[in-house]
Design a protein around this ligand. Structure first.
Ligand SMILES: Nc1nc2c(ncn2[C@@H]2O[C@H](COP(=O)(O)OP(=O)(O)OP(=O)(O)O)[C@@H](O)[C@H]2O)c(=O)[nH]1
Ligand SMILES: [Mg+2]
Length: 528
């Protein structure tokens, strides 16, 4: 989010303080205000709303010092709210960071929680490989308290991550906080330098030059997100419903009041302990007992979960470490690797996006499906797509090939051809990236629909969905190749089949295209 402010000859950086609740993020910003701004520190920090000493939105502090390539360095220093329930807000702030200071309570007994929050952080700030990664400084805080863990002990919470720079601090006394901050600014500038070299420095957001601006932006974003879901979803988006009621109010005071109430009502957060997340372990599949707001669509989805709970799933892990489950020949479940999350909050956030994607494909996807997420039983969370195995065009073809009269076979082939043509046209028009194959096409109210899981390009980060680019004749040639081969081996049937197809060429454009393609294929097979 860094940007060059040409008008004021400055480079603007955002250093974001993250970390578990009550670790000392706000206290650190207070200390920085005193240390960096001296006499001017009074009123320098902007904190829009807090409840019982807990940050609800963020703390904001500005600091300007030093030069970068002849421009002043201006730092926006922001702390995030640590509470689990405020994840969406925390995520929006983390995404705008140029470097992170991850503040942890070095107190023994906190390692599990630190690990969990660190994994959440890494998932949120991961960048495409083409971009330089975001630097993280770990601030081991509260080291004044007896029994604080050593750096070596703390490092275990950051298990598989590359070396993290660690600075020991006592925020209440201002010890070490300047050092951690300076390190973070160094990392942010190194990243800006790399982005400039790669020509990737975004225009940034010069509209945010104060804490008030950031608050307005955050509120607008939240309203927009919830508004979009409400507009897109065929059913009220279940996972957003309760939050919507609390976040929709127009006036800031009303929002703050609702937030304060929410925080008062919130039960203490359970500690999950260290989640190792061993992916080869078989995950639990969702059952109808999943909590409110975890299934989309809310009503239809829960009915599906009830239905699948009656049967035992057959689980399988695919080469890419996705898990699938088959249930009583009627339902299929999929949880690809990108739908495995280290925290419930991350899964909850992603399921909102998936619900929107599904809602946007209304009319193109088969009807009997839902998405849900569940605790895998191994310290992580998985989103599952659940799709009913509907009768597909491939099933129609299998039946057609059993028909005795070649004329009937021809009529069925034409019908399947029309289904394919209809799907290619509908997918192209809607820019839907589903690949047309017979076993992915079902009929719903006479219209072709996609009976597979949501195409991966739609939810995979960084991959822009490509609209379907195939053409109907090519699909028919691939998908019916084997069937025509079988028919041509029934030698005596071929002339009757061809006669029927030729008669069908006199129909509309679609009939003509299908009949001509089939004739061409039949003749080709006849020759070979
Ligand atoms: N002993 C000691 N207490 C600290 C230190 N840093 C913070 N605290 C105390 O820890 C409590 C939580 O600090 P905050 O700065 O509010 O924590 P936070 O990370 O902003 O919490 P959230 O906003 O809820 O995420 C406060 O009572 C602080 O005074 C420290 O270095 N030593
Ligand atoms: Mg705070």
């Amino acid at each position: 989010m860094a940007f060059i402010d040409e008008l004021n000859k400055a480079v603007v950086l955002r250093i974001v303080y993250a970390g578990p609740p009550m670790s000392g993020k706000t206290e650190t910003l207070r200390a920085l205000a005193r240390l960096l701004l001296g006499a001017r520190y009074n009123d320098a920090m902007f904190t829009p709303g807090e409840a019982g000493g807990r940050t609800l939105f963020f703390d904001w502090l500005e600091y300007s010092a030093g030069l970068f390539q002849g421009r002043k360095i201006r730092c926006q220093i922001v702390s995030v709210p640590g509470q689990a329930a405020l994840f969406a807000r925390r995520k929006a702030l983390l995404e705008s960071a140029d470097a992170i200071v991850f503040v942890v309570d070095a107190h023994a007994g906190r390692r599990g929680q630190i690990g969990r929050y660190f994994r959440e952080l890494r998932q949120v700030i991961s960048r495409p490989e083409s971009e330089p990664p975001l630097g993280v400084v770990v601030q081991a805080n509260k080291t004044d308290i007896a029994g604080a863990l050593s750096n070596e002990d703390l490092r275990q919470a950051f298990d598989d991550s590359p070396q993290v720079a660690m600075v020991r601090t006592v925020a209440t006394d201002g010890i070490g906080v300047r050092e951690a901050f300076v390190q973070a600014v160094g990392l942010a500038l190194a990243r800006v330098r790399e982005l400039l070299e790669l020509n990737l420095l975004q225009a940034g957001d010069p509209d945010i030059s104060s804490g008030e601006d950031l608050l307005q932006r955050l509120l607008a974003l939240e309203e927009q997100q919830f508004g979009q879901i409400a507009a897109a979803a065929p059913e009220p988006a279940p996972v957003a419903a309760s939050a919507n009621e609390q976040l929709a109010p127009q006036r800031l005071s009303a929002i703050l009041e609702a937030e304060q109430q929410r925080v008062r009502d919130e039960p203490p957060q359970p500690l999950h302990g260290d989640a190792t997340g061993i992916i080869s372990d078989m995950p639990r599949v969702p059952d109808p007992g999943v909590g409110a707001g975890t299934v989309w669509p809310a009503v239809g989805g829960r009915i599906i979960l009830h239905e699948i709970a009656q049967h035992r799933p057959v689980m399988r892990q695919l080469a890419d470490s996705a898990w699938t489950a088959e249930i009583s020949d009627s339902w299929r479940l999929l949880s690809p690797p990108e739908h495995r999350f280290v925290s419930e909050a991350l899964a909850r956030d992603e399921i909102l996006r998936l619900a929107r994607l599904h809602a946007g494909c209304k009319g193109l996807l088969s009807e009997h499906r839902c998405i849900t997420f569940a605790d895998s039983g191994h310290g992580d969370w998985r989103i599952w797509q659940v799709v009913r195995r509907d009768k597909t065009a491939a099933d129609l073809l299998a039946l057609a090939l059993e028909l005795p009269a070649p004329e009937s076979v021809a009529m069925e082939l034409l019908r399947i051809g029309r289904v394919v043509c209809g799907a290619v046209e509908a997918f192209r028009e809607a820019r839907f990236p589903g690949i047309v194959t017979l076993d992915m096409l079902a009929l719903s109210g006479g219209r072709p629909v996609y009976a597979g899981f949501l195409p991966a390009v739609m939810y995979r980060n960084g991959a822009a969905p490509q609209p379907y680019a195939g053409d109907a004749a090519a699909v028919l040639k691939t998908e019916l190749h084997e069937a025509i081969g079988m028919l041509s081996r029934r030698g005596e049937a071929m002339p009757r089949l061809l006669r029927q197809l030729e008669a069908s060429q006199r129909g509309d454009d679609v009939d003509r295209l299908v009949a001509q393609t089939l004739i061409e294929m039949s003749l080709h097979h006849g020759e070979s």
